[in-house]
Design a protein around this ligand. Structure first.
Ligand SMILES: *[C@@H]1O[C@H](CO)[C@@H](O)[C@H](O)[C@H]1NC(C)=O
Ligand SMILES: *[C@@H]1O[C@H](CO)[C@@H](O)[C@H](O)[C@H]1NC(C)=O
Ligand SMILES: *[C@@H]1O[C@H](CO)[C@@H](O)[C@H](O)[C@H]1NC(C)=O
Ligand SMILES: *[C@@H]1O[C@H](CO)[C@@H](O)[C@H](O)[C@H]1NC(C)=O
Length: 572
């Protein structure tokens, strides 16, 4: 089993990852062995799924580092003891190192300052000569605004190694030493120049704030629903959990998946009169001065300078070469760019589908069913743009919400898109279109002509992570039911990605939130027969700026990875 690369992962957690992977594999195996016979019946058995009280350990602090505990008004009950156990393991695995408390009143002086911080390429063991297959280690030392060394960890740092002339790039793995220093480890996968780039995404003190916001204000993004009957229209606030008030509540918890959703009951209308879901607004509740922790160009997404050289020249692999290994990081990147094209670093090969005829030939006779958020809708749009014979059928639905459908009659290709269930920050979604992916998958027949693509992450950032874990667990169960009834179905999961950050974007959708959800996603789908498109690394390794909706060259590479899963070239 290949060990995944988790950026900014503290080395002390690596053994825990190993534990989860083993756990998930064993869990998946036991589940398959014990549930094989009843999987097909689960459409009926789900409704009777046991609801157990939250085990005591989840109501207290999950770990001593940073508790990821929602306030009392926002607690969630895992559906089964197995789910609860998995949730516990996942929460432990993503626990972030302790981050410093903030001074009150707030001032920046002692917080991490990228301009004072430095990185240096570690020369030892390679004697300054690097070869393909070696590991390159970079030592990062953090300082505060007063130029004093930082003594604790928890900064959010990403790193890439790249060459603009070669169109090459690879994500590094950052290991936190918890003492103000970090090591970034890179795999050397191309010959020639390679330049190190280290970026402070957030100082550790910003994580203190981001974490507090989710704990204290899990409802800071809120939603609305319009209720209508005859000439009466009312609008109320909705969320995954609502603060208790005198107002009665409508409970829209999904009977099959158990996904929670609530609206305050309208005064005059019944809960059944709900016609639209819509995004509400965002309550920003920072304490005075804290916004200074989120300044582009100062301490958010800022390069950390090199203290010496920032480049190496990578020589060809030598006969009998013993590769320089890393003692701090063992995992491998999933791939890298070379001449602008994503190369897989694993067993599978990525092929380039440069022309519409190459794509059409691959998709001939296929149904491609896309489910998720706007980052997966981009793939629908890309295929529509690239394939002149694929015509979008106008279903008169809102572009964000879908469902969207495109057909190529001659080649018998169907591509559809449907958004995931709430929470959804879309302008206006008819309640009849609020479908959970797990329930949708239960109506997919599946088979060798069916490709299911899932991309669900960015609307979950502000809510307690348990909401996301639960959502993915229910999707995974549906994927396993699908793969059990139609094992030839191809299931592909797109991971999260880094994005451009402003203060608003950060408080609602920081890369730190995405990173944690990305780790959850990989953990939940580990060990089952789904294929990942590593959007995280594909965005990080590329020279184009981080973007919630990556630019066309990156999408083209993602589609190449997708098509390579659908149409692997024989013998590779
Ligand atoms: C912050 O640093 C500045 C400049 O070093 C110094 O003048 C100021 O007193 C410091 N503030 C605090 C609260 O330490
Ligand atoms: C922090 O820990 C790393 C790894 O153990 C070590 O190499 C480094 O010297 C330490 N730095 C300080 C300032 O203690
Ligand atoms: C909402 O409904 C679900 C399922 O019908 C139930 O399990 C849950 O306890 C209800 N929640 C509240 C707060 O009433
Ligand atoms: C696809 O296009 C790229 C860039 O133009 C080129 O380098 C590559 O060889 C092409 N691949 C195929 C399979 O046509």
């Amino acid at each position: 089993m290949k060990v995944r690369t988790f950026k900014s992962l503290n080395i002390t957690y690596l053994p825990k990852y190993a534990t989860i992977f083993v756990f998930l594999a064993v869990f998946a195996l036991i589940f398959m062995l014990t549930h094989k016979g009843i999987l097909e019946l689960c459409g009926t058995c789900r409704a009777h799924a046991e609801r157990l009280p939250v085990p005591a350990q989840f109501q207290k602090k999950v770990n001593s580092v940073i508790p990821i505990v929602p306030l009392d008004f926002c607690t969630f009950t895992p559906l089964s003891p197995k789910d609860a156990n998995e949730e516990k393991v996942i929460l432990q695995s993503i626990a972030w190192p302790d981050t410093p408390p903030l001074p009150s009143p707030f001032y920046l002086n002692e917080t991490s300052d990228p301009a004072h911080s430095t990185f240096s390429i570690l020369p030892q063991r390679s004697r300054g000569r690097w070869h393909m297959g070696d590991k390159l280690e970079v030592f990062i030392k953090m300082y505060n605004f007063q130029g004093r060394p930082k003594k604790s960890g928890g900064d959010v740092i990403v790193a890439r190694l790249h060459s603009s002339t070669l169109g090459a790039g690879v994500a590094g793995q950052v290991v936190d030493h918890l003492n103000g220093s970090y090591t970034a480890v890179f795999s050397l996968l191309w010959e020639g120049r390679a330049q190190v780039e280290v970026t402070l995404v957030h100082p550790s003190e910003a994580v203190t704030v981001l974490h507090r916001l989710t704990r204290e204000q899990p409802d800071r993004i809120f939603f609305q629903s319009v209720f209508r009957s005859g000439s009466v229209t009312e609008t109320t606030t909705c969320n995954v959990c609502l603060r208790p008030t005198q107002q009665p509540v409508c409970n829209y918890t999904d009977p099959y998946t158990g996904e929670p959703w609530f609206c305050y009951k309208p005064k005059r209308l019944s809960c059944d009169a709900r016609v639209y879901h819509a995004k509400g607004d965002f309550k920003q509740n920072l304490q005075a001065g804290e916004e200074k922790l989120f300044q582009s160009g100062v301490n958010m997404k800022v390069f950390i300078p090199a203290s010496g050289g920032d480049s190496v020249t990578v020589m060809p692999k030598q006969k009998g070469q013993t590769a320089v290994k890393s003692s701090t990081a063992k995992s491998e990147p999933s791939g890298y760019y070379y001449q602008g094209a994503w190369q897989s670093h694993g067993r599978s090969t990525v092929h380039q589908f440069n022309t519409s005829s190459a794509i059409t030939q691959c998709l001939n006779g296929k149904k491609v069913l896309l489910y998720g958020d706007s980052t997966i809708r981009q793939w629908f749009e890309h295929l529509n743009k690239e394939l002149p014979d694929l015509k979008e059928f106008n279903l008169h639905n809102h572009k964000q919400v879908g469902p969207l459908m495109a057909l190529d009659y001659a080649n018998n290709i169907l591509v559809t898109y449907r958004c995931h269930g709430p929470p959804l920050r879309f302008a206006k979604v008819p309640t009849s279109e609020l479908h959970y992916i797990a329930n949708e998958l239960d109506s997919v027949i599946g088979g060798s002509n069916t490709v299911v693509v899932l991309g669900i992450w960015s609307h979950f950032s502000t809510f307690p992570i348990e909401v996301y874990i639960h959502r993915l667990q229910s999707i995974r169960k549906a994927v396993m039911r699908l793969l059990s009834r139609a094992p030839d179905t191809l299931v592909v999961v797109r991971t999260a990605n880094l994005k451009a950050l402003t203060l608003y974007e950060t408080l609602t959708n920081s890369d730190w939130y995405s990173l944690q959800r990305d780790m959850v996603l990989r953990a939940v789908f580990k060990g089952i027969n789904v294929h990942l498109v590593d959007a995280w690394e594909m965005g990080l390794a590329h020279h184009l700026p981080h973007s919630l909706h990556p630019q066309p060259p990156i999408i083209k590479n993602m589609i190449d990875v997708l098509l390579s899963y659908i149409c692997p070239v024989k013998g590779s």
